[in-house]
Design a protein around this ligand. Structure first.
Ligand code: B12
Ligand code: SF4
Ligand code: SF4
Length: 382
């Protein structure tokens, strides 16, 4: 193809991406050499904790051409997920409700994004065939693939890396997923943005578990997202109070980020929060049997953690809720059920212990500050 044809095709691809529901698409090459020592350092420091998949693929994460041989370009796309009924402040400030990360209240994003990326690749192949170009090969990826998505998106001009390590777009903030198409077409590449967080440190200061180290690196083992989603087994006691009512993931570093003040709502109905997960009562969720859990979370990313870890997380949140006889009764009743193993039982004991002693502070000062920041910075609270 001539360079003019390739330039025209790159514009077409960006339009098609928008038609397919992506907010933006950028194009970059496969060179992530500069990221390799940083990734290695992150792994050497053990910041991946139990996420063995981060170490298993070695440096393939930084070598998209090894992941899919023949690849010379990466089409990096982002899709907004902020749901309309987010209600952050009311949810975080009520310790009797469970807080679920806003990316997870609807349908699992992996399926939708991979499907749309596949359609995009098919359109490119069909277009090339029409103009007599054959041999186009592509592969769509989202999240679970061993590839460094955030650095690729940054190189493709979709935003800069915030101090919380997520990608920030100057117009859209960070409430979006990333996905890629690896392809063997020599399309023209985009230029990275030249912007930064400047002197802001709001996310570092607000992280409930101090997971964001001051050099833009997240110690995964301390992040509530890891502790409530990725970690199998017991949540270390040192983090339980700080977890508050966050029962699946955490959004605090994004909630206090000033760049998110202008973030758009999602255009995908799939990412709207399911009714039973809008401002959910902890006691209601804790009463779900395994069968109910599996059916009510069908098609949702939450299902992946399984019923035991779901109970584990809710037990911690119940331990952080204000004293209430109904909670103590529910905890004691759950302890007797067949669905509870030793690990969950230990979390229930911890929660009961919290109810036997007065909490100095029901909602931590950091969370109170996050709530105030939302009330000030996100006027419509989404
Ligand atoms: C593992 C993982 C996690 C782990 C570890 C997080 C982390 N920051 O690494 C856990 C479970 C904690 C996690 C949590 C979340 N995640 Co996550 N996660 C991933 C995953 C699978 C890999 C990320 C990765 O490669 N980490 C390894 C480290 C080394 O990579 P990195 O942070 O990019 O690190 C770079 C910097 O640390 C820097 N660096 C290292 N050392 C140094 C030193 C200096 C001085 C400097 C300047 C820089 C620097 O270079 C590193 C290498 O490039 C990606 C998907 C993917 N395949 O890429 C999603 C991904 C990053 N996650 C995502 C999301 C949405 C989240 C959550 C918001 C979910 C939630 N609400 O609970 C939280 C946010 C927590 C946070 N602040 O990071 C999105 C982010 C979208 C965006 N806008 O950027 C991604 C891209 C998934 C997707 N497809 O959309 N996640
Ligand atoms: S998601 Fe929560 S715990 Fe993890 S880095 Fe952000 S603020 Fe900290
Ligand atoms: S809160 Fe501030 S430092 Fe953190 S990512 Fe947003 S702009 Fe950057």
């Amino acid at each position: 193809m001539t360079s003019l044809e390739l330039s025209e095709l790159s514009l077409q691809i960006k339009n098609w991406a928008q038609e397919l529901g992506f907010a933006q698409l950028g194009i970059t090459d496969t060179d992530l050499k500069a990221e390799e020592p940083k990734l290695q350092q992150w792994l050497d420091n053990g910041y991946h904790g139990e996420m063995s998949y981060m170490a298993n693929h070695g440096m393939m994460r930084a070598r998209p051409h090894e992941l899919h041989p023949g690849t010379i370009r990466v089409l990096s796309a982002r899709m907004d997920y902020l749901p309309p009924e987010a209600g952050f402040a009311s949810n975080l400030s009520n310790p009797n409700l469970g807080y679920i990360s806003r990316y997870a209240g609807g349908r699992d994003y992996h399926k939708l994004i991979r499907k749309q990326l596949k359609k995009l690749g098919d359109r490119i192949v069909a277009h090339c065939q029409q103009i007599g170009v054959t041999g186009i090969d592509f592969r769509p990826f989202v999240d679970s693939a061993p590839v460094l998505e955030r650095p690729l998106a940054e190189k493709a001009g979709l935003g800069w890396t915030g101090k919380h390590s997520l990608l920030l777009n100057p117009d859209a903030g960070s409430w979006f997923f990333l996905g890629e198409v690896l392809i063997n077409l020599p399309l023209p590449i985009d230029i990275p943005l030249n912007q930064s967080c400047k002197t802001c440190v709001a996310c570092i200061k607000s992280c409930p578990t101090n997971a964001i180290l001051d050099n833009n690196v997240v110690d995964g083992r301390r992040c509530i997202s890891y502790l409530t989603i990725e970690l199998q087994g017991a949540i270390p006691e040192e983090f339980r109070r700080a977890i508050g009512n966050r029962i699946y993931g955490c959004d605090d570093c994004q909630l206090v980020c000033p760049i998110n003040a202008k973030a758009p709502l999602t255009q995908q109905a799939d990412f709207h929060i399911r009714n039973q997960l809008i401002q959910p009562e902890l006691l209601t969720l804790f009463a779900w049997s395994e069968k109910q859990f599996l059916s009510l979370t069908e098609g949702s990313p939450i299902r992946r953690i399984g019923h035991k870890n779901w109970l584990r997380n809710i037990a911690v949140a119940l331990g952080n809720a204000p004293f209430n006889n109904d909670i103590v009764t529910a905890l004691n009743a759950r302890k007797q059920s067949d669905e509870v193993d030793d690990m969950v039982s230990e979390h229930i004991d911890w929660a009961l212990k919290q109810h036997s002693q007065a909490h100095a502070e029901l909602i931590s000062r950091k969370t109170q500050r996050v709530v105030r920041a939302i009330e000030k910075g996100l006027p419509r609270d989404a």
